[in-house]
Design a protein around this ligand. Structure first.
Ligand code: SF4
Ligand code: SF4
Length: 69
């Protein structure tokens, strides 16, 4: 299964849960601050996302949307 995610960077509070829970370990922390002063999560390997949605389920800020292809 292939998927892709969209992270709403301005909603992210850098809790790190999606980074730890991603089944493929393909989410990392951005080097750029968002407007709230957090380094938001970013997807680093788009082609490896399975669309499993673990990251979206675990995100307390509901900052991640998942699309399956
Ligand atoms: S949908 Fe699954 S594989 Fe894709 S980024 Fe989220 S946790 Fe990782
Ligand atoms: S789980 Fe949500 S709030 Fe936490 S780092 Fe990931 S995107 Fe940001």
């Amino acid at each position: 299964m292939k998927g892709k995610i969209k992270i709403e960077e301005e909603l992210c509070k850098q809790c790190g849960l999606c980074i730890n829970w991603c089944s493929k370990k393909i989410i990392a922390t951005s080097k750029k601050l968002n407007l709230k002063g957090y380094f938001p999560a970013v997807l680093k390997a788009k082609d490896k996302c399975t669309g499993c949605a673990l990251c979206a389920i675990i995100c307390p800020e509901v900052a991640i949307e998942v699309y399956r292809e």
